[in-house]
Design a protein around this ligand. Structure first.
Ligand SMILES: Cc1cc2nc3c(=O)[nH]c(=O)nc-3n(C[C@H](O)[C@H](O)[C@H](O)COP(=O)(O)O)c2cc1C
Length: 345
């Protein structure tokens, strides 16, 4: 089975709540929240995709000899087979429109398949957090079964709750833990009664001091925010706009990534996400300054369409696509991918 067949199967299971467009860029599903769309007109989701397409590989004949590029890297002290992480995606049943069983059971099966597939292919999976009490419990269950593979991304709940969950993540041998700081602006969470808040540098500092595990802040879009994170001991940031689900008018991740990478100069791990649909997109993000990327919706389609095997098929396809462009650009390993290898159209 290839990725296209996988996604067709996913479409059937999702009862058309996602149309599986040829290009997954938020145009068709604008405003579908709950669902898989971006907020409002879908502009911030579209901008993620569009901002990446504005870059091309500069010299596709630079690699003059054949080699198999090395896509391995060390992330939070652990070796991974490629610079791609499964992004946290919460409330699967409601967002993907699956009604076969109870939401809790769907979330459980989804997580199991995702982690099994991620484990088989040698990558990490981030798990999301939501208003339903079972979200966190399901994540913890599989963190226990697959030590080292899972990174919990907690909603910006009160500091004590984040610290308590961070300590639990460490006990379960998660390589890192984090918060999606930008979720403090998610109206949907507040209407569901989740206690979430804007995190001040003081709060972030408190968390980094209380939990001896690399702490990730997800949802960074400016140099100012990135530097503020660095100052309080945050180990990694995820540059991104939450898949376009926070505000309609936000820039795309690739619009802001180069400036943030230039300001940080390698002092923090930089992850980035939004609109990444292929290994070539991964290459572009790395060239713009990311150490590794997160992929959201396409991983969800892979799990829903093919379970653990679906995850394996998609990640291997992205790895092969990444290798192909690395050969063309003349990069034998990830460290050799540079900004000079791409150009703005
Ligand atoms: C349905 C859905 C649910 C999401 N839930 C979460 C979540 O619980 N926590 C989080 O940090 N991000 C969440 N995100 C954002 C993703 O982690 C990621 O940032 C985004 O999907 C990346 O864009 P992409 O889907 O275009 O790859 C969610 C995204 C979608 C589409």
């Amino acid at each position: 089975m290839d990725q296209a067949e996988l996604f067709t199967l996913a479409k059937k299971r999702m009862h058309n709540s996602c149309r599986i467009c040829k290009i997954c860029n938020g145009i068709t599903c604008a405003g579908e929240l709950p669902g898989l769309g971006g907020i409002g007109t879908g502009n911030a989701f579209y901008r993620n995709w569009k901002s990446l397409q504005e870059y091309t590989v500069k010299d596709c004949n630079r690699g003059t000899r054949d080699f198999i590029p090395d896509t391995h890297m060390t992330l939070f002290g652990q070796e991974v087979s490629m610079p791609i992480i499964s992004a946290p995606v919460g409330s699967i049943a409601v967002n993907a429109g699956i009604q076969e069983e109870t939401p809790e059971s769907i979330e459980d099966q989804y997580m199991h398949a995702l982690i099994q597939g991620a484990n088989a292919v040698g990558v990490m999976a981030m798990i999301g957090d939501g208003p339903q009490s079972y979200s966190f419990a399901v994540g913890m269950k599989y963190a226990n079964l697959y030590p080292g593979n899972i990174i919990s991304i907690i909603k910006p709940r009160p500091d004590e709750v984040i610290i308590e969950r961070g300590i639990m993540a460490k006990r379960l041998n998660e390589p890192a833990f984090g918060i999606d700081a930008d979720a403090s602006k998610l109206a949907l969470m507040k209407t569901k009664g989740l206690n979430i808040e804007n995190k001040s540098p003081k709060s972030l500092y408190r968390i980094t001091q209380a939990v001896s595990l690399p702490f990730i802040v997800k949802g960074i879009m400016t140099v100012k925010e990135a530097i503020a994170c660095e100052k309080v001991g945050v180990k990694a940031i995820v540059v991104g706009n939450h898949g376009g689900r926070i505000l309609d008018t936000m820039k795309g991740a690739a619009d802001v990534l180069p400036k943030i990478a230039d300001a940080l100069q390698g002092r923090m791990t930089i992850l980035a996400d939004g609109g990444i649909r292929s290994g070539e997109d991964v290459f572009r993000m790395l060239a713009l300054g990311a150490d590794a990327v997160l992929i959201g919706r396409p991983v969800l389609f892979s799990v829903i369409g093919g379970g653990a095997e679906g995850v394996r098929i998609s990640f291997q396809q992205w790895q092969n696509e990444l290798r192909r462009v690395m050969v063309r650009a003349g990069a034998e390993n990830l460290k050799q991918i540079t900004r000079q290898m791409i150009q703005k159209i």
